[in-house]
Design a protein. Structure first.
Length: 212
């Protein structure tokens, strides 16, 4: 056997191993820290009219990105600095925080899906050109799984369905109350926050399995 044939055999084995390592019934994980989504008017007030945000990197969902810019968020009891802004612009500003942040800020944020502003508390945002008070929009993100309609059919789930997920590994276990979110522009990914990820030894790129 020549060197070329040996190299081909090694590549074939590597592909086989990668297929075994990433099972087709598993879903990649994306962990999310606290962050802010801004409307155009709020961005103007905080950074100046016609200010162009600077993209730091694309994130997993198509068209979404992390900006280099950060804000300070301030509640009745305290403030948190350097909270990342995510783009693109939204119709209404929204602040997603961690459960532990509620105690530092002095707010009682409910568990919500992104975009659901009903019965959410307000908070002050402080930027380089000014500050604003948001009358609502502070939440802790519900854990959820983004997927395309084809993914939903493959996994046998529907938009809005509540499932559990199984995590393998040294700190593995089950997480319940995971919401399925299906639309035509999603990338397949399970979203949890950094608190949940740390508790279960998960990080971006880890994989989970749906349990219905």
């Amino acid at each position: 056997m020549g060197k070329y044939d040996a190299l081909v055999d090694l590549l074939v084995e590597a592909i086989k191993e990668s297929r075994i390592a990433v099972q087709p019934d598993t879903i990649p994980v994306g962990t999310s820290n606290r962050h802010v989504h801004l409307s155009q008017s709020d961005q103007d007030a905080l950074f100046g009219i016609d200010y162009q945000m600077t993209k730091a990197k694309d994130i997993s969902q198509p068209g979404q990105f992390a900006c280099k810019e950060t804000l300070t968020i301030a509640g009745p009891k305290g403030a948190i600095e350097k909270v990342r802004v995510l783009g693109p612009i939204r119709k209404e500003s929204q602040v997603e925080i961690l459960r532990a942040d509620c105690f530092k800020l002095g707010v009682n944020a409910p568990f919500k899906l992104s975009g659901d502003m009903e019965d959410t508390p307000g908070i002050t945002l402080i930027g380089p050109c000014g500050s604003i008070y948001l009358p609502r929009g502070v939440m802790i993100a519900k854990r959820h799984i983004h997927m395309l309609p084809d993914d939903a059919r493959r996994f046998g789930v529907t938009d809005g369905q509540i499932v559990s997920i199984r995590i393998d590994g040294a700190r593995g276990g089950m997480l319940d109350n995971v919401v399925i979110r299906v639309n035509d522009t999603s990338a397949l990914e399970c979203h949890i926050d950094t608190e949940e990820g740390n508790a279960m030894n998960l990080k971006t790129g880890s994989r989970i399995t749906i349990v219905k």
